[in-house]
Design a protein around this ligand. Structure first.
Ligand code: NAP
Length: 323
């Protein structure tokens, strides 16, 4: 184990909370299910821990198959990290499709409570550090969903709660509801990357900051597009080739490829990789607490740590990046 892991990583305060999160967190959406060898997943988690990445981001449905990522991390926690539980900040979520029937999805009290119990069982944990409502449910009353989050904290099954992918007004309502009940929302999770700047344009990034809520960015590399992965075709071991559930080849249009090439040139001129520049660009927003990276190998994860050492952006560079 790397003894300097906590001095190598930067930790940032999450909103107006007592929690510090690493600038880079590890996501378990891909690379922790049935189609990835278990020892490869284990090596990624060990590399993350060794780099001072203390925050792991999961959800009930991460796999394949749904539940597999939690099950795998549960095994690693038991085998490798039993003595380190209190050094880790583990998040899970519910609200996407998980089991059959009317209670297997969305954000009713019934779904959220049952799903969290299942997650704790798979993770072999008594509590998670953070539990999210994974998406906004337009049909369940917001009060029912939010009160369930309050009750989950009061029951000790999660230390903090968060909202993911909620639209602006619903998230503002949620922040106020939770704060009034002394269970302030810890963090908002939204997609933010050079290709998708919706949290900036739609206001969720600013709204979180104003409410004292942290912001954590998912898919910071646009699932791998914002790297050198696809500059010369589609490699057989890439997400697009071997696990195209969410990243399909038609995402690689000539226009997108041209934009990737010009961003790659800019990164090279700055003396870094495109992946590093794409991560550093997110982290230069002061409202961002952390960036959740995916990695299919320990080497990718280690390479991406370079984003913590890159030069500041000039105004000219920012205007090229913002297109
Ligand atoms: N709240 C939500 O609804 C939501 C939705 C999506 C994701 N998330 C969270 O965000 C996490 C990250 O999402 P993501 O996996 O889409 O993140 P990402 O960082 O945008 O993409 C990760 C992928 O990019 C490629 N990559 C990473 N570093 C690379 C490098 N240095 N060079 C070349 N390729 C590199 C790898 O793909 P290859 O397989 O091609 O190597 C890797 O698996 C998820 O695990 C999950 O925890 C949350």
């Amino acid at each position: 184990m790397n003894p300097s892991r906590y001095t190598d990583m930067q930790y940032r305060r999450c909103g107006r909370s007592g929690v510090l999160l690493p600038a880079l967190s590890l996501g378990f959406w891909h690379n922790f299910g049935r189609i990835t060898p278990e020892e490869q997943s284990r090596a990624i988690v060990r590399a993350a821990f060794d780099a001072g990445i203390t925050h792991f981001d999961l959800a009930n449905n991460y796999g394949p198959d749904p539940g597999a990522a939690e099950q795998r991390l549960g095994k690693f926690l038991h085998d490798d990290f039993a003595a380190h539980r209190d050094e880790l900040f583990i998040a899970t979520k519910a609200a996407y499709d998980m089991w059959d029937g009317p209670y297997g999805s969305w954000a009713s009290r019934k779904h959220l409570m049952a799903s969290l119990d299942q997650s704790l069982h798979r993770l072999q944990l008594d509590y998670v550090d953070l539990f999210y409502c994974h998406r906004y449910d337009p049909e369940s009353p917001l009060e029912e969903t939010l009160q369930t989050l309050v009750d989950i904290v009061r029951q000790g099954k999660a230390l903090y709660v968060g909202l993911s992918r909620w639209p602006l007004e619903a998230s503002r309502f949620g922040y106020a509801y939770l704060r009034q009940r002394d269970v302030p929302c810890l963090i908002y999770q939204g997609r933010l990357n050079i290709f998708d700047q919706a949290p900036k344009t739609e206001g969720t990034l600013q709204a979180a900051a104003e409410a004292g809520v942290g912001f954590i960015a998912f898919s910071p590399l646009a699932q791998g597009l914002l790297t050198d992965r696809y500059l010369n075709g589609i490699p057989a071991d890439s997400r697009m080739a071997h696990d195209p559930r969410f990243l399909k080849a038609d995402a690689l249009t000539p226009e997108t490829l041209a934009r990737i090439r010009s961003l790659n040139d800019l990164a090279a001129a700055r003396g870094e990789t495109l992946a590093s520049m794409a991560l550093a660009w997110i982290l230069h927003h002061k409202e961002v607490t952390s960036v959740i990276i995916g990695a299919s190998s320990p080497e990718q994860l280690r390479t991406n740590l370079a984003c913590l050492q890159t030069p500041p952006f000039t105004d000219d560079e920012l205007s090229i990046i913002n297109g």
